[in-house]
Design a protein around this ligand. Structure first.
Ligand SMILES: Nc1ncnc2c1ncn2[C@@H]1O[C@H](COP(=O)(O)OP(=O)(O)O)[C@@H](O)[C@H]1O
Ligand SMILES: [Mg+2]
Length: 325
């Protein structure tokens, strides 16, 4: 996304647009853009974090990467291959490598199946019909997610939230994925359980050299896990930076707002700044003219209304869409 690199790219989205219909006005269909010209690369072993408030398009982008939604315009590549050009055999080979864990594992874990069946099924469907091999793989994966084999005979409803999320994670690991899309993976959990799952995710990522697309509205979760931060606002990417650069470089005014609990930031001229904002959150249905962040921006000027700012490279691995940066 920032610089070309020889590192292996697992997923790339290139200038993706996605609209959804909203309502009919005088029998005319109208729609709004949930994503506008979004580009992103996820490399092997990297945790890319999509950060932004609810409704900014994070889940939509995650679904496009998983091929659960099709973009209106733009391209999606898995391992360098354009999804539009894959034949069914190539697709079937790559499909298991991109997996997902959602906020509420209830929706992905069929309540009528025992954990054993939930875990064996994807293996049998994708790899081999050898039941004993499948069972051996299930046991290996259970250990990785910190569950004992006694859980195999249980049904999802009898598990705790943390156990269910571990099962959901095990279900993806069965398929030896390269990338897991984690969509608000701990939002439904108590704080202590959240910490355990985040810790597990971090360890798994390191031991299995996984890549994650971590979708979250939580700045602390993003800081804990991310390598690369991708900040979204109203369907657009407004900043991309390496986590290690956090607070060491100047940021987009929206990034400053998100991290507002951390009182001081560095502005472009290297002075510490305190962030104050106006609170007028625009609707994605009525896109503002000019910079989308204008109504909330403490640094706004009349000139910012000249159009929506494009992302521009301000430094190595650092992109910002702001006229003032
Ligand atoms: N299937 C859909 N049909 C219509 N609107 C949708 C659909 N999915 C998402 N949206 C809308 O698209 C916008 C972005 O949603 P989403 O990607 O879920 O945001 P986030 O995950 O950042 O909260 C929201 O305004 C949401 O209401
Ligand atoms: Mg979401």
């Amino acid at each position: 996304m920032c610089e070309e690199s020889k590192d292996k790219v697992i997923v790339e989205v290139r200038e993706v647009w996605k609209s959804y219909p909203i309502r009919k006005v005088w029998f005319k269909k109208t729609s709004f853009y949930a994503l506008l010209k979004v580009s992103l690369k996820i490399k092997k072993g990297e945790v890319v974090c999509l950060l932004g408030e609810s409704g900014c398009g994070k889940t939509t982008l995650g679904k496009i990467i998983l091929d659960l939604e099709k973009p209106d315009k733009g391209e999606v590549f898995w391992f360098g291959q354009n999804l539009k050009r894959l034949n069914s055999k190539e697709y079937k080979n790559l499909r298991p490598k991109i997996q997902a864990v959602f906020q509420d594992p209830y929706s992905s874990l069929n309540p009528r199946y025992k954990v054993k069946e939930l875990l064996i099924e994807p293996y049998l469907l994708n790899f081999s019909s050898d039941y004993q091999k499948a069972l051996a793989k299930v046991e290996e994966v259970l250990e990785k997610v910190g569950l004992g084999s006694e859980i195999l005979e249980k049904y999802p409803h009898s598990l705790s939230g943390g156990q269910r999320q571990r099962v959901a994670l095990a279900r993806t690991l069965i398929l030896t994925p390269s990338l897991i899309v984690l969509d608000e993976p701990t939002s439904a959990l108590d704080v202590t359980i959240q910490a355990q799952i985040l810790n597990l995710l971090k360890n798994l990522k390191e031991s299995l050299n996984l890549s994650y697309l971590l979708i979250t509205h939580s700045t602390s979760i993003a800081l804990y896990l991310a390598d690369l931060m991708v900040v979204m606002y109203l369907g657009k990417v407004v900043e991309v930076f390496k986590k290690d650069f956090f607070q060491k470089v100047f940021h987009h005014p929206y990034t400053l707002l998100l991290f507002n609990s951390r009182p001081e930031f560095i502005s472009k001229n290297n002075q510490k700044v305190k962030v104050k904002t106006q609170e007028e959150i625009p609707s994605p249905f009525l896109r503002p003219q000019g910079c989308e962040f204008f109504s909330r921006c403490p640094e706004r000027e009349k000139d910012c209304l000249k159009g929506s700012p494009d992302l521009k490279k301000v430094a190595s691995y650092h992109l910002i869409a702001c006229y003032k940066r």
